[in-house]
Design a protein around this ligand. Structure first.
Ligand SMILES: CC(C)(COP(=O)(O)OP(=O)(O)OC[C@H]1O[C@@H](n2cnc3c(N)ncnc32)[C@H](O)[C@@H]1OP(=O)(O)O)[C@@H](O)C(=O)NCCC(=O)NCCS
Length: 157
């Protein structure tokens, strides 16, 4: 999908170098280990949504995986979403979350879960804007989910 000069698409093996760099920038230098790189090489197209800007390249991504306790119920877990600091507050994370949910729901996934630190106001606001609702919480995190059939998915995000 292309919108405002931004293409949203699944990760390609050729994107791995740029993804690793952006991942490190957004996660305090954390590196993607070799197993993750191998997994993303094979299944990145389905597990990682990237936002590519025509001039700057990949500037945001959203990563997913299946959790043992959720996969049988058709739920996939959003592990991380991040937008390059130069491109924040332009609705990019909201677009990623809206796009990935529509695309997963059209391929048979029933719901998406995510855990967000209560202090992460920006990520909480973006998830709520994309239709997620708070289901539960721990002492530090909110547990949110979005299920197929949520009326907000009919909105043009
Ligand atoms: C969290 C993050 C992904 C948000 O990305 P973003 O593209 O800047 O967010 P958006 O522009 O899509 O914002 C979506 C909504 O959240 C709101 N929002 C964004 N930042 C906000 C903030 N700091 N405080 C309050 N609301 C905020 C926006 O106003 C928007 O609401 P609106 O549509 O009603 O105007 C980005 O800040 C980031 O990459 N942070 C570092 C990594 C991180 O913390 N990831 C999340 C881990 S769970």
């Amino acid at each position: 999908m292309e919108r405002d000069g931004l293409e949203l698409r699944g990760l390609r093996p050729a994107d791995l170098r740029r993804l690793s760099k952006l991942h490190g920038l957004l996660r305090s230098g954390a590196k993607l280990n070799v197993w993750r790189l191998l997994l993303f090489c094979v299944a990145g197209r389905k597990l990682i949504l990237v936002a590519e800007n025509a001039t700057a390249g990949i500037i945001a991504f959203e990563m997913f995986y299946f959790r043992k306790d959720e996969s049988a119920s058709g739920i996939i877990h959003e592990a991380f979403i991040g937008v390059h600091p130069d491109f924040r507050n332009r609705g990019i994370s909201k677009s990623l979350r809206t796009h990935s949910s529509k695309s997963y729901f059209s391929s048979g996934i029933r719901g998406i879960s995510t855990n967000i630190s209560r202090e992460n106001v920006a990520s909480l606001a973006s998830a709520l804007c994309a239709g997620f609702t708070i289901q539960d919480h721990t002492s530090t995190h909110e547990k949110l989910s979005l299920f197929l059939g949520n009326p907000s998915l009919d909105d043009d995000a």
